[in-house]
Design a protein around this ligand. Structure first.
Ligand code: NAP
Length: 246
């Protein structure tokens, strides 16, 4: 059994990925920033189904937390995959209203946090570091190609950085046994919209999407778990839109 680290696994896409990964036979180490009860309930659900899981408090904006989280995953079972899922949006705003404090918070969590997660993953997985290879999956957003005007262009820009990180890192470690994939969700029914001050976003925008509805966290999780699996053994540097045609 190999372990998979999922950052931001206490709810939403990360929690759905944790449940699917456990069902696929991974030992799951999930992280959360503040909601320990939610993280514990994901672990309990996995264990009830006979799976193996642990939850670790780790803020991806704090380097030492990320280092410790990867270490914890590798302690659970030999590390096989890392999903850099944790991410934040901000309140709906325009670029001409942005504050430096907000932009820095966004970039630290979504970009620096993802880069440090990748660094630690490569140090564990890469054959150049004595590892046994594995997969890294980055959770970006369709916002990276749409730009999110009048909502959160800073968020969209942070996700464009994630796309580019995936492309470059994939090439860097392709001959070291490490595959890198990027998943770009569209509008998915999770609590992230409420955290950005738009609790009605899914209900408001869902019907106008090409498929006439928002996606579910589990539909995104399916793509993430597939990219992490050996089924995707010749897939690296790919960006997979899970956006219902958006
Ligand atoms: P969510 O429901 O808000 O869940 C976010 C998760 O990330 C939670 O487990 C949260 O932990 C954790 N988290 C937040 N900030 C963190 C930090 N600094 N360090 C560690 N963990 C942190 O979000 P989601 O919708 O599932 O989104 C997951 C990913 O998908 C994000 O990267 C997001 O940008 C991306 N995405 C989502 C959508 C969408 O429509 N939902 C669309 C495109 C892309 P706590 O519960 O402890 O706070």
């Amino acid at each position: 059994m190999r372990s998979i680290l999922i950052t931001g696994g206490s709810r939403g896409i990360g929690a759905a990925t944790a449940r699917r990964a456990a069902a696929a036979g991974w030992a799951v180490c999930l992280t959360y920033r503040s909601d320990q009860a939610a993280a514990s309930s994901v672990v309990a659900a996995i264990e009830r189904h006979g799976g193996r899981a642990a939850a670790v408090r780790a803020d991806v904006a704090v380097e030492a937390d990320v280092v410790a989280a990867v270490e914890a995953a590798a302690t659970l079972a030999p590390l096989g995959a890392v999903v850099a899922n944790a991410g934040i949006v901000g309140e709906k705003t325009r670029v001409d209203e942005l504050t430096v404090e907000r932009v820095e918070r966004m970039l630290t969590a979504n970009v620096t946090g993802t880069i440090v997660t990748c660094r630690e993953a490569v140090r564990r997985l890469s054959t150049a570091h004595g590892g046994r290879g594995g997969a890294i999956v980055l959770v970006s957003s369709a916002a990276s190609r749409l730009g999110s005007p009048d909502e959160y262009v800073d968020y969209a820009a942070s996700k464009a950085a994630v796309d580019t990180l995936g492309i470059g890192l994939a090439k860097e470690v392709a001959d070291e046994g490490v595959r890198v994939g990027v998943v770009r969700p569209g509008i998915i029914d999770t609590e992230i919209h409420a955290s950005g001050g738009q609790p009605d976003r899914v209900a408001r925008l869902g019907p106008d999407l090409p498929m006439g509805r928002a996606g579910t966290a589990d539909e995104v999780a399916a793509a993430i778990v597939w990219l992490a699996s050996d089924e995707a053994s010749y897939v690296t540097g790919s960006i997979l839109d899970v956006a219902g045609g958006r």
